[in-house]
Design a protein around this ligand. Structure first.
Ligand code: SF4
Ligand code: SF4
Ligand code: SF4
Length: 352
């Protein structure tokens, strides 16, 4: 790609062509607020809060969809730009029910951040709240369209990333809102509860039901780990408060999933703290299961396997590998069956 140089806020920057002004600015530590832009959804130009001035071009330009060109001179912070951004954010605030005090999005909300950085305490426009009923029909997701800023990120995430094609923008004019299928409640729609839309939403319009009131973002530690459910190995963050997992989000900077997760990875973390979880081996004694040590359980299993092999031959034993464990563990199991037991009866739970 061809090298280019441009000037942003007096700073001479060398970069390559085919990048947006927004990306070049961010790569060089220059703050431009955004609401609809997200690196994963590849769509933008909806909120227009990222406007900049470009010498020689009329009006304000939207930096998220403006290609950086050689010799460009860009300003990101003039009085005209700040006034325009303030007006946009104030319009958003007046057209929704933005009760930050109790909103689950508070602390991670990009609208709240923009208002803070622009010094907006309240909107100067009259309140135009629509009072849309909150959709609580999904077992995992709460949809409060009163907090939606119509950024289209959830729609792009559902249709282009998760490819579930549930969400779209419905209705016209002031009634315009995100709909599931043909305006069904989310819980009655074709939503597969992957949570892609929740992760991408910049406000508190889409939030996770189970995490509600469990803790603010700044009160949780984030631990990067690998999803335990299957061999894909999706990377995720556990949001932990007081040693309890209260939420899981996909790690956006890492392969193989780049932020996406399935329903199990994103929402199936209850088992970690479940009282019903087995924490030690069980052996049946007098018809009832009883907890035993690992040494006793392994001794018992070895004795039984030797008995079966002696009385019925190695072909009467089969080993089933597990999709949730590591390749190394599966290899050891396979080796044990072939070399120790003496059978090729080896299979895998995911091979159905
Ligand atoms: S969505 Fe954002 S701005 Fe609106 S109430 Fe929640 S935190 Fe506040
Ligand atoms: S949870 Fe997944 S399938 Fe359901 S609406 Fe959101 S992105 Fe689409
Ligand atoms: S629900 Fe969230 S992600 Fe979807 S359009 Fe509204 S603000 Fe954007």
């Amino acid at each position: 790609m061809k090298n280019i140089s441009l000037n942003i806020d007096g700073k001479n920057i060398k970069t390559v062509e085919r990048k947006t002004v927004l990306n070049v600015a961010r790569e060089n530590g220059i703050y431009i607020p955004t609401l609809c832009y997200h690196p994963r959804t590849k769509q933008a130009g909806k909120c227009r809060i990222c406007v900049v001035e470009v010498k020689g071009l009329p009006g304000l330009r939207v930096s998220c969809s403006l290609e950086a060109k050689d010799g460009m001179e860009v300003l990101t912070n003039t009085g005209r730009i700040i006034e325009t951004r303030k007006m946009i954010v104030e319009l958003y605030l007046s057209s929704g029910r933005h009760n930050c005090i109790s909103c689950e999005g508070s602390g991670t909300c990009e609208l709240q951040d923009a208002a803070y950085h622009l010094g907006i305490e309240k909107s100067s426009f009259p309140n135009m709240t629509k009072d849309i009923p909150i959709d609580t029909s999904s077992p995992m997701i709460i949809r409060d369209m009163n907090k939606c800023i119509q950024c289209y990120r959830c729609i792009a995430g559902c249709n282009d990333i998760a490819v579930n094609e549930v969400l779209d923008m419905g209705f016209r004019s002031s009634r315009m809102t995100v709909v599931c299928d043909t305006n069904k409640p989310m819980g009655k729609s074709s939503c597969v509860i992957c949570g892609e839309c929740v992760q991408l939403c910049p406000t508190g319009a889409l939030t996770e039901r189970k995490s509600a009131t469990k803790g603010r973002d700044w009160e949780t530690g984030k631990i990067k780990t690998t999803c335990p459910y299957c061999g894909v190995g999706c990377q995720m963050y556990l949001h932990v408060r007081d040693n309890e997992i209260i939420k899981v989000t996909g790690a956006e900077d890492t392969a193989p999933n780049y932020g996406s997760l399935c329903i199990k990875g994103r929402f199936g973390y209850d088992f970690v703290h479940s009282h019903e979880r087995l924490r030690s081996p069980l052996l049946r004694k007098n018809g009832e299961f009883a907890e035993v040590s690992w040494e006793d359980a392994l001794d018992f299993t070895a004795k039984k396997l030797l008995e079966i092999k002696k009385n019925h031959g190695p072909e009467s034993i089969v080993g089933i590998g597990c999709a949730r464990t590591t390749n190394e563990n599966n290899y050891v199991m396979m080796k044990f069956m072939r070399a120790v037991i003496g059978t090729n009866n080896v299979d895998h739970c995911a091979r159905t």
